[in-house]
Design a protein around this ligand. Structure first.
Ligand code: SF4
Length: 341
């Protein structure tokens, strides 16, 4: 792909393979991940816990654990490969262009500094005009808190994280990540630890702020409902592979991959019966994953061929990609053909 196309994309991950050093060897956790997000676009990565969503995001930000080993692949940020970038440039990129909102706000905030001190520190290193000026820092910090609808921002500036509720802390993390313009915001299960009434407010705030700042968003979630609300496009991930990607509309109108179908069947229905179906089995052991399609041991449509070679991405419908042999001729799986005949 030429550079012009790469630079249309804020992030472009290509064929990323990552292993982790353990006492028993190197489990191959990411198995050729491809993903991109464009300016002003919101994408979501969905999948079960342990399928590689967080590793993908940490790889983009280059904050992987020391045990991680990148075996292959490329990660471009606005056309520059972050894997070959000098440390100094990488630090600058993270400080000025990339924000990450983690699952647990209490772990993201420093308990011994006030919210104001932490917000001002982020602004100071952001590279925005006047970032070194204390008045600019104060003004931007207060505005960031106001924009996330936090009441009484002056009081919050002087508070310590433990003095605030979980919902407030998570909104402060959003304020921090968007206090200055960012090309990319990555949010890793930002509402998992919050109760449902707060979840909705936090997601709404995140969406609004990302839209206003014209940032690209990568949202990790295990909830298809959240992905549908938040994302333009969805990537479904299973055991280190992207198995399906399409617009949120298309995925919800007709998902194709047997794993996505399984996930959909797990969404509780008002009429009941949703949870009972589920997906039998579990994510494979990464030390010894099944050959070929990693979903084969759980797939009701698996044939001998599925265990021979990993299926590539097939374009089963316009802009709807699926990694499954059932679609190699663009054939859409229906009740009639889904028996693998
Ligand atoms: Fe199932 Fe085979 Fe498709 Fe994998 S490639 S999802 S095993 S039918």
């Amino acid at each position: 792909m030429d550079n012009k196309l790469r630079t249309d994309k804020v992030v472009d991950v290509k064929n990323l393979h990552i292993s982790f050093r353990t006492f028993r060897g190197y489990p191959h956790v990411l198995n050729g991940v491809n993903l991109y997000v464009k300016k002003k676009e919101r994408i979501s990565i969905v999948g079960e816990t342990g399928c590689g969503k967080t590793t993908t995001v940490n790889a983009i930000a280059q904050i992987l654990a020391k045990q991680a080993r990148i075996d292959d692949g490329e990660i471009f940020f606005k056309g520059s490969n972050v894997l070959t970038m000098p440390q100094k440039e990488l630090k600058k990129l993270r400080a000025e262009n990339v924000s990450i909102i983690f699952q647990d706000p209490i772990a993201s905030l420093n308990p011994v500094f006030t919210i104001g001190q932490q917000l001002k520190e982020v602004i100071r290193y952001s590279g925005v005009e006047g970032a070194a000026d204390k008045n600019v820092q104060q003004e931007r910090a207060i505005n960031a808190l106001k924009e996330t609808s936090l009441p009484d921002p002056e009081r919050i500036m002087d508070s310590y994280p433990f003095q605030l509720s979980g919902g407030m802390r998570q909104r402060i993390c959003i304020a921090m990540s968007l206090a200055t313009p960012r090309d990319l915001v990555m949010a890793d299960e930002p509402t998992t630890n919050l109760d449902v009434t707060i979840q909705d407010q936090v997601l709404k705030t995140l969406r609004q702020r990302v839209e206003e700042k014209e940032s690209a968003l990568i949202l990790i979630t295990h909830s298809l409902g959240v992905a549908r609300e938040m994302a333009d496009r969805i990537y479904v991930m299973y055991a280190g592979n992207m198995v399906e990607t399409a617009s949120s509309k298309d995925i919800f109108r007709e998902c194709l991959h047997p794993y996505t179908k399984g996930l959909m069947s797990c969404i509780p229905k008002l009429a009941g019966g949703g949870i009972a179906e589920g997906i039998p089995g579990h994510i494979p052991n990464y030390m010894d994953p099944p050959p070929g399609c990693r979903f084969a041991p759980r797939c009701p449509y698996a044939t001998a061929r599925c265990s021979e070679k990993q299926p590539p991405m097939f374009e089963a419908a316009p802009e709807h990609f699926v990694s499954c042999y059932l679609y190699e001729n663009g054939k859409v799986m229906t009740k009639e053909n889904s028996d693998g005949k």
